[in-house]
Design a protein around this ligand. Structure first.
Ligand SMILES: [Zn+2]
Length: 309
């Protein structure tokens, strides 16, 4: 059974965001309609590291004479195109696929990578969420799971590059990894970065806006001169950028948490608090559906701030 767009939208994995949105308005995404062909693209970033865009979260890659490492896998259709392109970039083929988190637009394409890749790597919480979520959704047969998992941090060397994965607590989900290409100085943020797009906050899996906010600050400080790869972006904006974009999202979350906190203190209802039209200074953030919206963010912030656990 393959993970169709319909199942994807109807599952809790809501991120139809990013590059897919550039070409396909949400109103056109009725299940009965065939989606138009997806435009895919390979782009070089720096020092043998690049990105692949198609449908779903941005794929990052490193190509060396000793093999390729890919970060995230989108969906099976675009993953297949990505695999074919990456295989041509090194005589040793694809050595490794790393997933930043368990969502279907980052792991759905694992199955297309599986025959071509030696090892699939996930942070251990991501691995658990991937298993649990796909078991619950009866899509186990269309998945490829991790062969290797790590806790706090992990690294590997390929060619003359050192690649790191690290976990810095809950963020977009309960298990997101940050992937760092040391010599290229490129950081793949997965969905810890939405560029000027209201982000998805996956509370059922253990997301935390508070920790996510501080994490953005920590990562921006630690890698202040790095080039960053973002999971998704507002249509028309790049899926790559600098530390300042991370700090912009940090400020957005601080503003959202501040707004909700103030409302709670003033005795406002949840409806009043989350129903505001805009968040001052962050009016340019784009929405996608009901979840990736200001209301979605404020609802998650409200739940987080009023949660007893
Ligand atoms: Zn995601």
């Amino acid at each position: 059974m393959t993970l169709t767009r319909r199942q994807f939208i109807h599952s809790s994995t809501y991120a139809v965001a990013g590059s897919a949105l550039l070409r396909l308005p949400l109103s056109a995404q009725t299940p009965a309609q065939q989606a138009p062909p997806v435009v895919t693209k390979f782009e070089d970033l720096r020092r043998n590291v690049g990105i692949f865009t198609g449908r779903g979260g941005t794929i990052g890659w490193l190509a060396t004479p000793d093999g390729v490492i890919a970060v995230d896998a989108q969906f099976p259709d675009t993953a297949k195109i990505c695999v074919e392109g990456l295989q041509q970039r090194s005589p040793k083929g694809i050595q490794m696929l790393i997933n930043t988190h368990y969502h279907g637009d980052h792991t759905g394409g694992n199955i297309a990578f599986r025959p071509a890749v030696k090892t699939i790597v996930q942070q251990e919480r991501c691995a658990r969420l991937h298993r649990d979520f796909t078991t619950k959704n009866n899509t186990v047969d269309s998945q490829a799971y991790a062969d290797l998992t790590f806790g706090e941090s992990w690294s590997t060397t390929i060619g003359d590059e050192k690649v790191w994965g690290y976990y810095d607590g809950p963020g977009h989900t309960g298990g997101d990894a940050v992937i760092f290409f040391e010599k290229a100085n490129v950081v793949h943020m997965g969905d810890l970065m939405f560029n000027r797009l209201h982000p998805r906050i996956d509370r059922p899996s253990g997301a935390s806006i508070k920790n996510w906010t501080r994490m953005l600050e920590r990562v921006a400080k630690k890698h202040k001169d790095a080039s960053f790869v973002f999971g998704h972006a507002k249509p028309g904006l790049p899926v790559t950028g600098g530390a300042q974009e991370l700090l912009h999202l940090r400020d957005y979350f601080d503003a959202a948490l501040g707004h909700v906190q103030k409302g709670i203190k003033a005795g406002q209802s949840q409806e009043q608090i989350v129903g505001v039209e805009s968040l001052p200074k962050f009016e340019d953030y784009a929405s996608s559906g009901q979840v990736l919206s200001l209301k979605g963010t404020l609802t998650s912030a409200y739940e987080e701030l009023t949660s007893k656990t």
